[in-house]
Every structure is written in C-alpha cells, then in structure tokens.
Design a protein around this ligand. Structure first.
Ligand code: ADP
Ligand code: MG
Length: 242
C-alpha cells in the first residue's frame, strides 16, 4: 500500500482552478521530487497533503487515511507529515534548541527532559552541534533552515515535505541543507521535495514529477526524466534550467 496516494485532486482558489486532476502514489521510503514553473501549483499540491489546503474534488490518502475527511484529526496528520518551507519562520527570540523543543512540549505535551534529549540529538543530526543556544539571528540562512528541519523532525514524522527549502539561501549554504535532506532520505524517510536543484533531484529522487498549470505533464525515474523527456513543456523547462 502506498504511504501517500493522490487521485484526481482538484483544488481551486475562488474561481481559479490551480490543481486540475493530479494523481500519484508515493511508497514508504521513496524520495519524490516535484519540479515545474512558478505558479504551476507545486506549493498548493504539497500543502494539500498535510491538510493546509482543502481540496474540492478527488482523494488524498496518507497512510490509508483520507486527508479531506472532515472527521480527520488534523493534529495527528501534521505530526505524521512534517513540512518545511522556503521561509523557515523560526521564533527569533528563542534559541535553536528552544525552537526545536517547542512543538513537542507545547503541542504534544511531552516531558521536557525527554524532548530536550531528542532535540539535542536532532541538532547534532543536522550538523549544528554547538549552536544549541544560538538565536536565529546569529545563524546563517542555511543553519536556520537546518534548525527548521530539526524542528519538524522533533515531531517524529513519517513523511517530510520540503517546499523549495533552498530557494532563499546563499549558494554556499545550499549544499549543507541538501546534505541534511540527502541523509534523511538515505535513512529511509519518505520525502516529497519541491525543488529547483536539478542536480540534487537527479541524484536523490526515486521519481520526478513535472507540473505545469495544475497538471502533471511528465514523470519518471530521474535517469529517464532528465534525458528522455517527451513532453515539449518539460523539454523546454529542462533546457532553461539544466
Ligand atoms: P508554485 O508553488 O508552483 O509556484 P503555487 O501552488 O504557489 O505555485 O500557486 C499556484 C497558483 O495558485 C498561483 O496562480 C497562485 O497565485 C495561486 N494561489 C496559491 N495560493 C493561493 C491562495 N491562498 N489564494 C489564492 N490563490 C492562490
Ligand atoms: Mg511554490
């Protein structure tokens, strides 16, 4: 059974249909990359997967549960599905450690000591050992983004969604964030990444999807996708970014 399953997903904002029938499956441990031009619906799509956007038609199942079931426990869903955005939105007056600890302590009401131990381990995992007591303003963009990833991991998700998490970073800090994601993927975390980092997508993805104007126009394993794309829109996009 796929861990995520989308069938004919339609999403509109007012009269504007942004997703026009999107279907795909993600299996446990897979890394899926979504690429496509700006405005094609990539962010909307991944926000639908953890219930940040509702949908008008179709089905989204996460671990077999329908995301758009009005009876769904949204908190439980968001524990299972972590999301990291381009803007990391750390709390500026909290340290890295406090940022990572906050949700498990305040939302999940887990014992502080246990959470702190886990948070310290996560900060080490994202290679920020020694920065536990630093405030976001004292960290580079890439370091802040890694704190944001650790903060998301502190909820012990089964699935991680990354929405252009390196798009706002200085080139020299992009690599360290990609390294963190690569390590997570290698450990078997199920990941969906919206990214413009084509080299990275080619290297880590099990499957690549290309979206344009709310539909998936092409998809395949990276070897095939990046060298044998058939759709003219995909080919044109790739010729601009590769
Ligand atoms: P992408 O991430 O591929 O750049 P988005 O999913 O952000 O695309 O946006 C797809 C389209 O949906 C855009 O035209 C955008 O203006 C529109 N859109 C996204 N979010 C909203 C919203 N909350 N309200 C109205 N329109 C939105
Ligand atoms: Mg986007």
């Amino acid at each position: 059974m796929p861990i995520i399953s989308l069938r004919d997903v339609h999403k509109s904002f007012g009269a504007v249909e942004v997703l026009k029938g999107v279907s795909f499956d993600v299996r446990k441990g897979e890394v899926v990359c979504i690429i496509g031009p700006s405005g094609s619906g990539k962010s909307t799509l991944i926000r639908c997967i953890n219930g940040l956007n509702n949908i008008q038609k179709g089905s989204i199942k996460v671990e077999g549960q329908e995301v758009n079931d009005p009876k769904l426990d949204l908190l439980a869903l968001r524990r299972k599905v972590g999301i990291v955005f381009q803007q990391y939105n750390l709390f500026p007056h909290k340290t890295a450690l406090q940022n990572v600890m906050m949700a498990p302590v305040l939302v999940l009401k887990e014992p502080r000591r246990e959470v702190e131990e886990r948070a310290r381990a996560l900060i080490a995992k994202v290679r920020l050992e020694g920065k536990e007591n630093a405030y976001p303003g004292q960290l580079s963009g890439g370091q802040q983004q890694r704190v944001a990833i650790a903060r998301s991991l502190a909820m012990r998700p089964d699935i991680m969604l990354f929405d252009e998490v390196t798009a706002a970073l200085d080139p020299e800090t992009v690599k360290e964030v990609l390294l963190t994601i690569r390590e997570l993927a290698a450990e078997g975390m199920t990941c969906i990444l919206v990214t413009h980092e084509m080299g990275f997508a080619r290297e880590v993805a099990d499957h690549v999807y290309f979206t344009d104007r709310g539909v998936i126009v092409e998809h395949g394993p990276p070897d095939q996708f990046f060298t044998k794309a058939k759709d003219p829109r995909t080919r044109q996009f790739l010729s601009q970014v590769l």
